[in-house]
Design a protein around this ligand. Structure first.
Ligand code: TYM
Length: 331
């Protein structure tokens, strides 16, 4: 029997996931679990590269984990775990950091952006963050990594590490590839459609959290920045409208042609309302399931525990192989 392809992806527990995380990554995670052997996780180790409030972080890790299940990931079908519950990640990250060049890490745009945003806390973890991400991917021998486009540079670095490591020691790691849905690989801010939707945006109207209530969602879409024209179409220069069309297309299952035809002769007001309503409709079942899970903490905790055990077991094999290859003594 042919072995199923392996999938790995993580999300940081800093703030509730937004529509970009949901459409760019999580929706693909759910689709892929039917066909592939999937491991998904909460990247708590990554999140402390920026200072976090411990009480809030603890709550966010639990919330993010429950949201994976609420979004449709089945803990029986996929391995759902919290990164910090599996020590293999930090152990492999150390080893890989000795096979990653300072120059390579210096070129990472996310490092440059975050150093600019937090000039008082440019810590070593922020710098070596992509090595930990490579460890996440390589520990599970992932073939495909479903992410948004902002993570592609990090993935490219992981691929370079594989090439270098395998070049020295033979076939140790699988070469991972990115898995992206073009139309939603970069969901843009609702307030500035030239910037990506981001959890750290200070303007609350710029992003839609997947737990925002219906009225809030509709209000944010009504306020979305567009242009001074009136035609709903995907012409160059209409970044705001194109972003809304991509979101609407993804949640309502419509092509750009369908959308253009649907809103021919209608104004932006009607269009924005329709997008807001369609997003709210799409998120309603997830929100209801999340509410149900919030009342069943024992179940979520049990899933977390068995997910950690499964993740440890799969990844330990890779770590031991690596330790042997580099020349460590095994007891
Ligand atoms: P994070 O937590 O910032 O984002 C989680 C996922 O959401 C995608 N994403 C977007 N997609 C479309 N439009 C947007 N505006 C948007 N914003 C975010 C991200 O690309 C990501 O897929 N370093 C990663 C987490 C991570 C990881 C990994 C991912 C840690 N280890 C191993 C893959 C494999 C991060 O910070 O994602």
């Amino acid at each position: 029997m042919e072995q199923k392809k392996r999938i790995l992806s993580l999300i940081q527990p800093t703030n509730t996931p937004h529509l970009g995380n949901y459409l760019g990554a999580m929706c693909n995670w759910v689709k892929m679990q039917e066909e592939f052997d999937c491991t998904y996780g909460i990247a708590d180790l990554h999140s402390i590269t920026v200072r976090q409030d411990p009480t809030k972080l603890r709550a966010q890790i639990k919330e993010s984990y429950a949201l994976l299940i609420a979004a449709g990931l089945d803990p029986e079908k996929s391995t759902l775990f919290v990164q910090g519950h599996n020590p293999n990640h930090s152990e492999l990250a150390w080893i890989l950091s000795c096979y990653t060049q300072f120059g390579e890490l210096s070129r990472m745009t996310q490092f440059k952006d975050k150093s600019q945003k937090h000039p008082d806390n440019i810590n070593a973890g922020l710098f070596t963050y992509p090595v930990l991400m490579a460890a996440d991917i390589l520990l599970y021998q992932a073939d495909l990594v479903p992410v948004g486009v902002d993570q592609m540079q990090h993935l490219e670095l992981a691929r370079n590490i594989v090439q270098r490591f395998n070049g020295i020691y033979g076939d140790v790691f699988t070469m991972p590839e990115g898995y992206i849905t073009k139309s939603t690989a970069k969901v843009m801010s609702l307030q500035d459609p030239t910037k990506k939707m981001s959890k750290s945006d200070e303007n609350p109207n710029a992003s839609v959290s997947i737990l925002d209530d219906r009225d809030t969602i509709i209000r944010k879409f009504k306020r979305a920045v567009t242009d001074s024209e009136t035609e709903v179409c995907a012409r160059e220069g209409k970044d705001g409208i194109i972003n809304l069309m991509s979101i609407y297309g993804a949640v309502a299952g419509k092509s750009f042609e369908d959308i253009e035809a649907e809103f021919k002769g209608k104004g932006y007001g009607d269009f924005k309302l329709a997008v807001g309503e369609a997003v709210a409709d799409k998120l309603a079942p997830l929100q209801a399931e999340y509410k149900r899970l919030s009342e069943d903490k024992a179940y979520v905790e049990a899933c977390m525990k068995s997910g950690a055990e499964k993740a440890y077991k799969i990844s330990r094999k890779t770590l031991q192989k690596v330790q042997k290859k580099v020349g460590f003594v095994q007891l």
